[in-house]
Design a protein around this ligand. Structure first.
Ligand SMILES: [Zn+2]
Ligand SMILES: [Zn+2]
Length: 650
C-alpha cells in the first residue's frame, strides 16, 4: 500500500463523526468491576476553550483511558458551572439574555470537547443553571437553615462597585476585586446570608491529615493558613472610667506585663463610643481605606481615644488607641500591644512614642534595655518584671496566667480561627434564588421543601445598576407567606455561585434524580473521587467549600465519608512564548485554532510531552510543529507497512 500523507482534518473529522453517537465511555452504577472516579474541575461556559483547558482535560483523559484499559469501571463526567457574573455582563453588553448566552456557549464548547475526542460519559452531563440542579442548592440551604448553619446577619461586607455586588473575602485580592484587578473594594453594611463554615473549622483543619500524600502539599499548606488556627487566651481589660470589660485575644499572654497600650479595631463597637466628634471622620476614612488593602500592606496608623484601660494582672492603666491594622474579624477586635515582644506592635508604638517595656529575656541572656531595642524580641524566653510569674519560662507562664484568668473570672483559654463564615448573598440575577420569604407578621419564613424549586424568572431587565435585579420583577417578588398566608415578599438576592460547584461531583453519580440530590447508595459506590484534577487557583475557594459541603452532607446522613477526593492533582498552566495567556495580551491560543492548524492529536500530544504535568508548558509553535511532524512520520510508517507481512492489508 502506498504511503499516505498525514491529513489531520480528514482523519480526525472522520473519527469524530464515527464516535458521535457511540457510548464507549458509559460508567455503570454498581458494576462488579472495580470503580474509578476521575474528575476534572467543571468549566465555566465562557464560550470557548483554550489550550490551557485542553491540557487539563487531556491529562484526565489519558488517565481515564489507562484505567479503562486496566479493567476499571471509570466514571469520567463533564458539566458546566453555568451561573455567574460573566453571563450577566455579556447580557448588558450584547442585549442578550444570560440564559441564551450561556446555553449557546455550552453547545459550542461541547462541540470543542468532541473535536478533541475526550472520553466523557455525556449521559451524566449537568448544568448548574437548570432548575433540576439548583433546586438542590435550595434544598441544602434549607437543611442548613434548619440546623443553624445558614443565618442572616448585618455585616460589613466587601463591595465591588464595578460588579455592584458583595464579594467573599476569598474574592478580594490585594484589596481589589478578583474580577476587576484595578477596582478597589469598599465596605458596606448589609443584611447578608451566611453559611457557618466556622462551625467546621476544626474538622476542616484536622482532616487535612487524611489528605496528606494524596493532595499537593502546597494546597494543604494554603488551606491550613486559610483556616488559621491559633491557641491563646482571652483576657478582659476594663475601661478605666466605667469598669466595662474589653476582651482581647492573645497568643502570648506571657508578655502581658509588657502591654503598654490597648488597640481597638476601627469597627469595634466600643470605638464609635470612645472616639470624640473631632475624630469621627478620621475613623470613617480608616474603615474605608482599610477595605482596599491587605492588612499586611497597610502603613500602621492609629490615634489615641483619650480613654484608658486597666490591665487585670497588675492593675496598670494603659491608653486605648484605635489602629487600622487590628481586625474585627479575627479574635475579638481588640488587642493588647506589647511592643517589646511583637514586631507589629513595636513598629506601631515606636512610631507614636508609646512606651516599650521588655518583660521576656532570652533563656541564656539578660533582659533587653528598652532604650537600645532595634526590634521586638519575639521568641519564648523567661518572664521578668511580671509579678508572681517572674522567673517562669514562657510556656509555663502562659499556662499559669490563663489559669489565673479562669480562676478569677477575667478570661479563659481560647482557640481562634482566621477563616470567616461564608457570605453567600449576591445582588445579582444569574444565580440560585435564596428560598426564603419575608413576611411582615412572621419575619423570615423558609419556602417549604415541597415548593422547591424557587424558579429564577426569565423576564428580567438587567441594567448593571446596583441592587438585585430580581427586586424589579413583581411576579417573582410578590407571593404569600407559607406560614400565615398573608402577602409577603421573596428574598431577591441570589446565592454565591461557589455553592453550585461545592457539591456538583455528587450529582454526577445520579444526575437525573428528581426526588433527592442523589441516591446515597450510588454515592457509596462511586465515592470518594479517586483522582481530582484542576488548577491550583482553586486551592482555597472551591476546595475548602467542597470539603465543607461534604462534611455537612455527612452530618445530614446522606453520605458516609469525610472527604470528597482521595487524590488531587494541580496541573501547571499553559503559557505562550514565556508569558501567561490573557485576553488583554492577545496571546490566547484557542482550542479551535490548535485543532484547525495541527489537529487534536498533535495538541494533546504536545501538552503531555512538552513538560511534566505539574509544571507550566510553554506553547511554542516550533515545539508543536515538531510534534506534528512526529505524528506524520508515525502515520506514514504505518500506512507504508500496513500490507507488508504481519499487517492485515486494510
Ligand atoms: Zn468586581
Ligand atoms: Zn406570615
Amino acid at each position: 500500500m502506498p504511503e499516505k500523507s498525514y491529513d489531520h482534518h480528514r482523519i480526525e473529522l472522520k473519527w469524530m463523526e464515527r464516535w458521535k453517537d457511540a457510548d464507549f465511555y458509559k460508567a455503570e452504577d454498581f458494576s462488579p468491576r472495580p470503580k474509578y472516579y476521575l474528575l476534572e474541575m467543571l468549566p465555566y461556559p465562557s464560550g470557548t476553550l483554550h489550550v490551557g483547558h485542553i491540557r487539563n482535560y487531556t491529562i484526565g483523559d489519558t488517565l481515564a483511558r489507562y484505567k479503562w484499559m486496566r479493567g476499571y469501571n471509570v466514571l469520567h463526567p463533564m458539566g458546566w458551572d453555568a451561573f455567574g457574573l460573566p453571563a450577566e455582563n455579556a447580557a448588558i453588553a450584547n442585549k442578550r439574555h444570560p440564559r441564551d448566552w450561556t446555553l449557546s456557549n455550552i453547545a459550542y464548547m461541547k462541540q470543542q470537547h468532541r473535536r478533541y475526542g475526550f472520553s466523557y460519559d455525556w449521559d451524566r452531563e449537568i448544568s448548574t443553571c437548570e432548575p433540576e440542579y439548583y433546586r438542590w442548592n435550595q434544598w441544602f440551604f434549607l437543611k442548613m437553615l434548619e440546623r443553624g448553619l445558614a443565618y442572616r446577619a448585618k455585616a460589613l461586607v466587601n463591595w465591588c462597585p464595578e460588579c455592584a455586588t458583595v464579594l467573599a473575602n476569598e474574592q478580594v485580592v490585594d484589596g481589589c476585586c478578583w474580577r476587576h484587578d484595578t477596582t478597589r473594594v469598599e465596605q458596606r453594611e448589609l443584611d447578608q446570608w451566611f453559611l457557618k463554615i466556622t462551625a467546621y473549622a476544626e474538622q476542616l483543619l484536622n482532616d487535612i491529615s487524611k489528605l496528606e500524600g494524596g493532595w499537593p502539599e502546597r494546597v494543604l499548606v494554603m488551606q491550613r493558613n486559610w483556616i488559621g488556627r491559633s491557641e491563646g487566651t482571652e483576657v478582659d481589660f476594663r475601661l478605666a472610667d466605667t469598669g466595662e470589660p474589653i476582651r482581647i485575644f492573645t497568643t502570648r499572654v506571657d508578655t502581658i506585663f509588657g502591654a503598654t497600650c490597648l488597640i481597638l479595631a476601627p469597627e469595634h463597637p466600643l470605638t464609635a463610643r470612645l472616639v470624640g466628634e473631632a475624630d469621627k471622620a478620621k475613623l470613617k476614612q480608616m474603615i474605608d481605606e482599610r477595605a482596599r488593602r491587605d492588612p499586611g500592606d497597610l502603613v500602621k496608623e492609629g490615634f489615641f481615644t483619650g480613654h484608658e484601660a486597666v490591665n487585670p494582672y497588675n492593675g496598670e492603666r494603659i491608653p486605648i488607641w484605635v489602629g487600622n491594622f487590628v481586625l474585627m474579624g479575627y479574635g475579638t477586635g481588640a488587642i493588647m500591644a506589647v511592643p517589646a515582644h511583637d514586631e507589629r506592635d513595636f513598629e506601631f508604638c515606636t512610631r507614636y512614642g508609646i512606651a516599650v517595656r521588655p518583660v521576656i529575656r532570652p533563656a541564656d541572656g539578660p533582659l533587653a534595655e528598652a532604650a537600645t531595642m532595634r526590634g521586638a524580641f519575639v521568641d519564648d524566653g523567661v518572664c521578668e518584671n511580671s509579678g508572681e510569674f517572674s522567673g517562669l519560662p514562657s510556656a509555663e507562664a502562659r499556662r499559669r496566667m490563663t489559669e489565673k484568668a479562669e480562676r478569677e473570672g477575667f478570661g479563659k483559654a481560647s482557640v481562634t480561627y482566621r477563616i470567616r463564615d461564608w457570605g453567600i448573598s449576591r445582588q445579582r440575577y444569574w444565580g440560585t434564588p435564596i428560598p426564603v420569604v419575608h413576611c411582615d407578621s412572621c419575619g423570615i419564613v423558609p419556602v417549604p421543601e415541597k415548593d422547591l424549586p424557587v424558579v429564577l424568572p426569565l423576564n428580567v431587565e438587567i441594567t448593571g445598576a446596583g441592587g438585585s435585579p430580581l427586586a424589579h420583577v413583581p411576579e417573582f417578588v410578590n407571593t404569600s407567606c407559607p406560614a400565615c398566608g398573608r402577602a409577603a415578599r421573596r428574598e431577591t438576592d441570589t446565592m454565591d455561585t461557589f455553592i453550585d460547584s461545592s457539591w456538583y461531583f455528587y450529582r454526577y453519580c445520579d444526575p437525573r434524580n428528581d426526588r433527592a440530590p442523589f441516591d446515597s447508595a450510588k454515592i457509596a459506590h462511586w465515592f470518594p473521587i479517586d483522582q481530582y484534577i484542576g488548577g491550583v487557583e482553586h486551592a482555597i475557594l472551591h476546595l475548602i467549600y467542597s470539603r465543607f459541603f461534604t462534611k455537612v452532607m455527612r452530618d445530614l446522613g446522606l453520605i458516609h465519608h469525610d472527604e470528597p477526593a482521595t487524590r488531587l492533582f494541580t496541573q501547571g498552566m499553559v503559557i505562550k512564548d514565556g508569558a501567561k495567556m490573557s485576553k488583554s495580551k492577545g496571546n490566547v491560543v484557542s482550542a479551535d485554532d490548535a485543532a484547525e492548524r495541527y489537529g487534536a492529536d498533535t495538541a494533546r500530544l504536545f501538552v503531555l510531552f512538552a513538560a511534566p504535568p505539574e509544571k507550566d508548558v510553554d506553547w511554542q509553535d516550533a515545539g508543536v510543529d515538531g510534534m506534528y511532524r512526529f505524528l506524520g512520520r508515525v502515520y506514514r510508517f504505518v500506512t507504508r507497512n500496513a500490507d507488508s507481512p504481519g499487517g492485515d492489508g486494510s
